[in-house]
Design a protein around this ligand. Structure first.
Ligand code: PMV
Length: 309
């Protein structure tokens, strides 16, 4: 049995503005993963994908022709010029869905990697990233490409749409607490709403997007210099700008306030917003206190993660 996996991701700075060409910073979360296993299928010609964490739902080309996983399998086969059926793929994932942790891109990456292993074909990360990006478009419409990039490369990234990848150097450990509001929200919708706002009031929105870009560049510098505490106020300001862009929510505001009240150095929503996840920057001694406060406030899937070099 062959198997491959891919991590979750969190965006530290720059979501939404990244769609408009500003930089964004994102990191993989190695402890949350999507895993794909592959077996030759029992019946000839059969292609079957079993979603183990979703009541064992089974996808087949005839029942789910437009499912993103089917699209991914087609694209991968086209790229390598091989038909890989009959196969049975079993997918499992510990990444909460529709919460800004990149579960879609992680699932696609795990499936593509296991198919490549099965076909005994090596693809560069750049080529694999291209395939996953194409499939991300079927989930999100016009994604910037940050999710697939950080997940495929599994490295902290300073990402600018269309520019060569820059791997972030993290000079000192950065301790984060991540908490889910439990509200599922579609990134496609919040991205579309920001687009409408931008088109209606470009003179008001453009400077906000540019300021988010400056925050991202400043954050990169602080991370590379190891000045971790300086990231706190940058997170707070980035969050305030995202609120102005209408992508926060009552639950996100509450969790951000709770984290700050419990001693976080900074806190912000992460990802598409309107629900999903927030993150808080903490000193190591405050991690458990902030995590507990978030849990007491009703957050789901609270976890701590540390970025290192
Ligand atoms: O909701 P997520 O974690 O998939 O993040 C999307 C990030 C956005 O900047 C809002 C959209 C994008 O395509 O970059």
């Amino acid at each position: 049995m062959l198997s491959a996996s891919a991590p979750a991701k969190i965006i530290l700075f720059g979501e939404h503005a990244v769609v408009y060409g500003q930089p964004a910073l994102a990191v993989p979360v190695a402890s949350l993963r999507a895993t794909a296993q592959i077996d030759p299928a029992a019946q000839p010609e059969m292609l079957e994908v079993v979603l183990q964490d979703m009541q064992g739902e089974v996808l087949r080309p005839d029942t789910h022709p437009d499912h993103p996983i089917m699209t991914l399998i087609e694209r991968t086969q086209e790229r390598i010029g091989q038909v890989l059926t009959p196969v049975r793929i079993v997918l499992s994932s510990s990444i909460p869905i529709a919460s800004g942790l990149g579960s879609g891109a992680a699932v696609s990456t795990a499936v593509a990697r296991v198919l490549l292993q099965y076909a005994n074909v090596q693809l560069s990360n750049a080529d694999l990233n291209q395939i996953i990006y194409e499939v991300e478009k079927t989930y999100h419409g016009t994604p910037s490409g940050i999710d697939n990039t950080v997940i495929v490369y599994e490295q902290p990234v300073f990402f600018v749409r269309g520019a060569p990848l820059v791997v972030l150097r993290v000079a000192q450990p950065v301790h984060l607490v991540v908490a889910d509001t439990g509200e599922a929200a579609l990134t496609r919708v919040s991205v579309g709403d920001v687009r409408q706002l931008y088109e209606a009031e470009p003179e008001r929105i453009t400077p906000m997007l540019e300021r988010i870009g400056q925050i991202g560049r400043a954050a990169r510098e602080q991370l590379e210099q190891g000045r971790v505490a300086e990231l706190g106020p940058l997170m707070d300001e980035n969050h305030a700008l995202l609120r102005e862009l209408t992508v926060s929510s009552t639950a996100l505001e509450r969790l951000v306030a709770v984290a700050k009240g419990a001693g976080a150095l900074g806190a912000k929503l992460s990802g598409g917003g309107r629900g999903g996840n927030m993150l808080a920057l903490v000193t190591p001694d405050k991690g458990s206190v902030v995590a507990q406060a978030l849990q007491n406030a009703g957050a789901k899937h609270v976890f701590q993660t540390t970025l290192t070099t």
